[in-house]
Design a protein around this ligand. Structure first.
Ligand SMILES: C[S@@+](CC[C@H](N)C(=O)[O-])C[C@H]1O[C@@H](n2cnc3c(N)ncnc32)[C@H](O)[C@@H]1O
Length: 374
């Protein structure tokens, strides 16, 4: 076994869920590290950047290959926590720094390793940002072949003059971008007015729905005037761009509104949306996994448009985690207002995890429910 494989064998997914068929290191991690091995070994301190490492394999694998003082950004909180735990258990704590997705992450960097984000806008944001790295910087973006499209080359082309794909290996491929374009700067967050809603929505690349307002979110917005009148504390759970939080802050000047999401892009977007609508001081945007930082029984009203995709599979597990969180943070008598596609079987879980649940509104596609905490 190589040193790298010995290191990988010690990595764990926690605090994310573990199961025999869920890996901690995948073929894309290995391919990225192999493609960039020479450049990583030759890089000076602080010249290697890792973006969206799943659980630490890329960062710690780069350290094992000779990288020092690696700069890291991970959109998901669970990945950031897993990397920290893996660094601790392998004696590699202190070998990297976590930074926001901004100029400080990339300034002077020469080797950038990234797991391909799901959205093209997220890739575009990364390309624009990475264009501000060193003039000889090379950005390596790895992903599963089945999720890669020619549009990704074009997105990288916004920031780089030369973009090529490597040969595929074990169903993964790496896009290699060279020649950062001088003078490119970030066009994110992007903001778009929605006069019909009286709101401007701002979004970083990785935020759900971008500057659009999702149809489910619209259904919930329409129903919200009837929600928990007099609520003093409000939580937008899984806030995305913060549409619900900002609408509530505008409609209820007396309420303390928190917008929380596990995604850094979502939290930054929600803060930008609140600011664009003049309620920056009234919406607290925080990165938090399933409201873990919110004390039990302290919230009067939770609003939630839950996630419905985990990877490519449609699952209810991710939504159930948020419903359980709502049940925990609501005070007795407090309300969870949720919206979901009519095809999804959430009613029973809402009843079990929160309390009595009734339909507040429904149309051809979406159901809005109100669950009252027992
Ligand atoms: C369907 S989107 C809804 C976003 C926004 N509320 C809206 O209506 O436009 C679901 C959001 O839940 C977030 N999310 C998923 N799992 C989460 C978790 N465990 N903790 C916090 N947020 C989570 C996702 O990042 C995503 O922004």
């Amino acid at each position: 076994m190589t040193d790298r494989e010995e290191l990988f064998a010690r990595l764990r997914r926690d605090p994310d869920v573990a199961a025999p068929d869920l890996v901690v290191v995948d073929a894309t991690d290995r391919l990225l590290l192999d493609e960039a091995a020479g450049a990583v070994a030759a890089a000076g301190p602080g010249e290697v950047v890792v973006v969206d490492d799943s659980y630490g394999a890329l960062t710690l694998g780069a350290v094992a290959a000779g990288a020092r003082d690696v700069r890291v950004h991970q959109d998901l909180l669970v990945g950031e926590l897993a990397l920290a735990r893996n660094a601790g258990r392998t004696g590699l704590a202190g070998t990297y720094r976590t930074l926001p997705l901004g100029p400080e992450l990339v300034a002077g960097a020469r080797v950038l390793l990234a797991k391909a984000p799901r959205s093209l806008d997220a890739l575009r944001e990364l390309a624009e940002l990475a264009a501000g790295a060193a003039p000889d910087a090379v950005l390596h973006v790895g992903g599963r072949v089945k999720h890669m499209t020619p549009a990704m080359n074009a997105a990288l082309g916004v920031g780089f003059t030369d973009v090529r794909a490597t040969l595929a290996r074990q169903k993964s491929r790496v896009l290699v971008a060279r020649g950062p374009r001088p003078g490119v700067s970030s066009s994110f967050p992007r903001c778009r007015p929605h006069p019909e809603l009286g709101l401007t929505v701002c979004a970083h690349g990785a935020a759900f729905a971008g500057t659009r307002v999702d149809a489910g979110t619209r259904a919930l917005l329409t129903a919200l005037p009837g929600a928990a009148p007099g609520a003093a504390t409000v939580l937008d759970l899984g806030c995305g761009t913060g549409v619900l939080a900002t609408a509530l802050a505008l409609a209820r000047p007396g309420a303390a509104v928190t917008a929380s999401d596990a995604s850094a892009a979502a939290v930054a977007s929600a803060a930008a949306t609140a600011a664009a609508n003049g309620v920056a001081g009234r919406v607290r945007a925080v990165r938090d996994d399933a409201a873990a930082a919110v004390p039990d029984g302290t919230v009067d009203l939770v609003v939630c448009n839950p996630p419905f995709h985990l990877g490519a599979a449609v699952v209810t597990g991710a939504a159930d985690r948020l419903f359980a969180a709502a049940g925990r943070v609501l005070r007795p008598g407090g309300e969870l207002w949720a919206v979901y596609n009519n095809r999804l079987p959430h009613r029973a879980a809402l009843r079990r995890l929160v309390g009595p649940t009734r339909v507040a509104a429904a149309d051809r596609r979406f159901t809005v429910t109100v669950s009252t905490r027992r």
